[in-house]
Design a protein around this ligand. Structure first.
Ligand SMILES: [Zn+2]
Ligand SMILES: [Zn+2]
Ligand SMILES: [Zn+2]
Length: 328
């Protein structure tokens, strides 16, 4: 599959559903996303259905994330569906190669090693003993007294014998039978988060967890990532949103964004981005955690926009400063 364009990827990363799924991988709620088999409807990803809110969208959502390189996938199973009614409630039948009946009896061919007599397994049985019908000697040990010489099938319909049956699919819903040629066979995958995405996100993730824990200790309800609908009707994503339990009032919420810089100074862009969001959402408090430092220009703007900034070299310092500032 072709990798989609970079811009599309960016949009995908900012998508609420994508972020929720990624966060479930990062907090180990999901290690590997495996489908669950439902005999009525085939394989499903209930966790993804819950995120996208629509069963029919779950698979295309995953395929999109795979194409964008956000998820990696592995073949999990192949699913056969009925060409008549598309049901996946399909089973295999082994049939007589002569008359195609599935009413066949499978048994083993057994050979008495000592006298060389060979017959169907059932003909050696006397009660719970094995006795050779030719020389009437009891056979006790497999591979010493007797050995299995292969499979033997008898058709109860036409009476013919054969060793290799032919197979067909049988639909338990519409009762149609189909051959291998007619059947539709689809790949089913399990998914994991791509290493590159894991690395990119985990720096932020390492920071978010201790901050979240602190807010929870403060008795707040915490969501991360979180989405708030502003006055304009648009949804805005924040790294962390905390609120008093049961209080949905936007003006009582606390929003926190994180910004890290490998170069040592976080520029003003995250301040501007956070301002645009809080202008619409109007939370009680907005924090920007800058690791390790925020540029002078960024600080000035933050002050102007009433964004509280926290500069910290690591997560411990970030939580300590947040604690100091929090109840002011
Ligand atoms: Zn069918
Ligand atoms: Zn037959
Ligand atoms: Zn014998």
């Amino acid at each position: 599959m072709q990798k989609t364009e970079k811009k599309e990827n960016q949009e995908l990363f900012q998508d609420r559903n994508t972020q929720i799924l990624i966060s479930k991988f990062l907090n180990s709620e999901i290690q590997s996303l495996e489908p669950i088999f439902d005999p009525q409807t085939g394989y499903r990803y209930p966790l993804v259905e819950a995120i996208v809110g629509d069963r029919s969208q779950a698979e295309s959502f995953l395929t999109k994330l795979y194409a964008a390189g956000i998820l990696e996938r592995k073949l999990f199973d192949k699913i056969v569906s009925c060409p008549e009614c598309t049901s996946t409630n399909v089973t295999f039948r082994y049939c007589c190669p002569f008359c195609k009946s599935y009413d066949i009896q499978k048994s083993s061919l057994v050979e008495h090693v000592k006298c060389g007599y060979m017959d169907l397994e059932g003909n050696f049985k006397q009660g719970n003993k094995y006795v050779c019908p030719k020389c009437h000697e009891e056979m006790r040990k497999l591979d010493t007294d007797y050995r299995k010489a292969g499979v033997w099938c008898a058709c109860k319909e036409c009476g013919k014998n054969f060793d290799i049956p032919v197979s067909e699919h049988y639909c338990r819903d519409c009762h149609a039978t189909s051959t291998f040629e007619e059947a539709s066979i689809k790949d089913v995958y399990s998914y994991t988060l791509a290493e590159s995405v894991k690395n990119e996100y985990s720096t932020n993730w390492l920071l978010i967890s201790p901050i979240k824990d602190f807010l929870l200790q403060e008795g707040l309800t915490v969501e991360s990532p979180a989405f708030l609908k502003g006055k304009s009707g648009a949804n805005h994503s924040f790294d962390i949103v905390a609120r008093e339990k049961g209080n949905e009032d936007l003006q009582k919420t606390i929003v926190i964004d994180l910004a890290t810089s490998k170069e040592g100074v976080v520029a003003e862009q995250p301040v501007i981005a956070l301002f645009a969001k809080i202008f619409d959402v109007t939370p009680r408090k907005a924090f920007l955690v800058a690791i390790p430092r925020l540029s002078e220009n960024g600080k000035k703007m933050a002050e102007l926009y009433k964004i509280q900034t926290i500069e910290a070299k690591d997560q411990k310092e970030a939580v300590d400063t947040l604690r100091e500032r929090f109840n002011k």
